[in-house]
Design a protein around this ligand. Structure first.
Ligand code: BES
Ligand code: ZN
Length: 609
């Protein structure tokens, strides 16, 4: 491979993509997208050359340049990264010449970026549904491209779907036109250069509601009013982001609530954030995920990791900004409380991978590694911890927030590596060289396990959670607790309380019975609370938790909940057979990424993690 991205076949030394135009027809009968992509390139060579693009499972029928057919071949599939598409470029190519390729192709029904849902799998039950998830390396399954975040380009798209379905993309809609056979063509334009992983499409029977001056929320009719209420704070989050890191440049910020198999909490597709319906708690309490995806508008979407090895640049900075946004709507104590909470997710990831696992390094080596397999809270929370630590030693928010703004200004529209980030940091703080030199960079970047420094976070909000968790962990008399113990707890304090207990020695079934009697967590409809309550129960070998845990992994597929629940269920001999049976039964309806990872989590696949 000639690009320095170990997960891509693109030889970006030959040419770099500068523009993309898609013409797609969505076929729900064959589960395929058929059409063409027109790619423009800046050429870097003078001699006849082969251009290699990324594909996965696609059938390419034709490649042309200025109306002339070009020779091409598709290499045998690599186990993790798909197949290189090698194109023989025109022989008269010059460094200065424009290169424009038109590739005609059809996707596979198994395209890894797509989930096709039958009408029965939707809320409305009458129309099919299609959604994409391209991050990290799935864009290649829906479009031949240089599928590396080091390359960015704007795009236009024409998408033809059957009526009455609606198509949306990670771009601004520019209208519709009727097409033959009772179909409609939707037109989109993303003017800002984006990496391939931010390409996104959804097709379904979608409705929208007003949420704010630049935000509508889209979903199936059954959820749309609930979603409108849940995300009412969106404009405040965007405005808070703008105060910290500059203008929101993407025009629209719409939201899309997906069906429950969507594998993530949220995905920062530009102009149209995708979110899981498990955020619909009824009280806006899980909207920090929206703050997170909004923060990506700067860190990730404008300033992008050069390869997936530098993923912490995207996620660490985004979590840092997310918590700054939450702070601006609450207080600094709350920000530190959320940070402390995140540290628990980091501990859980380090425990799951093992503290010596190379995946627990902030900057991992991804040679021959599928980024989906390496995904965890590590880049998020170790990254956030590093930034929080730097803010503390460099003189606090008044000194550090201007750095963030300058970082965005300097790198916007570009992709960068960790070394470039560090060089910019040193350059921004010329008088603080000795402070920066005191940081053990090697340990932060390339040592596995927990971070070398863990800040002492303010405990204003966590203290009550810690005290109550300690009382439960040491109680000999389980009758001492009352429902009023939680009277002054916010949702996140309840989440923290349960999160602390999950990290302690396992409960006994008697604890679970006593706790449910006073706090009634088993009836909670908040997904974060339900997840921790069920985790606590399975660890306590509390049999009444098995059924609701199996239910939770069946009715939704957010990996943050589904994978750890399956792991816990699979680790207890009493629940393991039920977990395997449930997984096998549900697998055909699951998202392919979730299914593949749960299979590994349960130890059912040949390739162990
Ligand atoms: N970009 C990520 C989701 C993602 C990462 C998808 C890597 C595929 C590969 C998104 O911004 C994210 O981090 N979502 C979190 C939100 C949370 C940290 C607030 C999630 O899904 O839980
Ligand atoms: Zn993120």
């Amino acid at each position: 491979m000639t690009s320095n991205d170990p997960t891509s076949f693109a030889n970006t030394d030959v040419a770099v993509c500068t523009d993309m135009e898609l013409d797609w027809r969505i076929d729900f009968d064959s589960h395929t997208i058929t059409g063409s992509v027109t790619l423009k390139f800046d050429v870097n060579v003078d001699q006849p050359s082969i251009l290699s693009l990324d594909t996965r499972d696609t059938t390419v029928s034709k490649v042309t340049s200025e109306g002339e057919d070009l020779k091409f071949s598709i290499r045998d599939a690599h186990a993790k990264f798909g197949s290189a598409l090698d194109i023989q470029l025109p022989s008269n190519l010059k460094k200065t010449s424009d290169l424009c390729l038109v590739i005609s192709y059809t996707t596979s029904p198994n395209a890894s970026a797509l989930q096709w849902l039958k009408p029965e799998q939707t809320a409305g039950k009458t129309q099919p549904y299609l959604f994409s998830q391209c991050q990290a390396i799935h864009a290649r399954s829906i479009v031949p491209c240089q599928d590396t975040p080091s390359v960015k380009c704007p795009y236009r798209a024409k998408v033809t779907v059957k009526n009455p379905l609606v198509a949306l993309m990670s771009a601004v809609g520019e209208g519709t036109a009727p097409a033959k056979d009772d179909m409609t063509t939707y037109v989109f334009h993303q003017k800002i250069a984006i990496p391939s992983y931010l390409l996104a499409i959804v097709v379904g029977k979608l409705e929208k509601r007003y949420v704010g001056p630049r935000t509508d929320v889209w979903s199936e009719a059954e959820l749309v009013d609930k979603a409108q209420k849940e995300f009412g704070q969106t404009e405040k989050f965007i405005a808070a982001g703008e105060k910290l890191v500059g203008e929101y440049v993407w025009g629209r910020y719409d939201l899309l609530v997906l069906p429950p198999t969507f594998p993530f909490g949220g995905m920062e597709n530009p102009c149209l954030t995708f979110v899981t319906p498990t955020l619909l708690a009824g009280d806006g309490s899980l909207a920090n995920v929206i703050a997170h995806e909004i923060a990506h508008s700067w860190t990730g979407n404008l300033v992008t990791n050069n390869t997936w090895e530098h993923f912490w640049l995207n996620e660490g900075h985004t979590v840092f900004l997310e918590r700054k946004i939450m702070k601006s709507l609450t207080d600094e104590e709350n920000r530190q409380f959320l940070a402390q909470n995140g540290l628990k997710d980091l501990r859980a990831s380090v425990d799951t991978f093992g503290c010596d696992s190379p995946y627990t390094c902030l900057v991992p080596d991804l040679t021959d590694t599928d980024p989906d397999d390496a995904f965890s809270s590590v880049p998020y929370e170790k990254g956030h911890t590093l930034l929080f630590h730097l803010e503390e030693i460099l003189g606090g928010p008044a000194k550090f927030e201007p750095f963030l703004l300058a970082y965005i200004e300097n790198f916007k529209g570009r992709s960068l590596t960790t070394d470039q980030w560090k060089e910019f940091l040193y350059g921004f703080f010329p008088d603080q060289k000795s402070v920066l030199d005191s940081v053990d960079w090697k340990a932060w970047f390339t040592s596995p396990g927990m971070p070398p420094v863990i800040p002492e976070y303010d405990d204003t909000y966590s203290k009550a959670c810690t005290d109550l968790a300690n009382r439960w962990a040491t109680a000999t008399d389980l009758g001492q607790f009352k429902s009023s113990d939680l009277a002054n707890f916010t949702t996140w304090q309840q989440i923290d309380f349960l999160g602390q207990l999950v990290l302690k020695d396992p409960f006994t079934p008697a604890h679970m019975i006593a706790m449910d009697k006073v706090y009634e967590f088993s009836t909670s409809t908040n997904s974060e609370i339900a997840f921790r309550w069920l985790t606590l129960g399975i660890r306590a070998k509390y049999e009444p938790s098995i059924e609701p845990a199996l239910h939770m992994v069946t009715i939704q597929g957010r990996m943050k909940f589904t994978r750890p629940l399956y792991r816990s269920l699979g680790a207890w001999d009493v629940s393991r057979p039920r977990a395997i049976e449930t997984f096998e039964k549900n697998k055909p309806f699951m998202h392919s990424t979730t299914a593949a990872l749960v299979e590994k989590d349960l130890g059912l696949s040949k390739t162990k993690k």
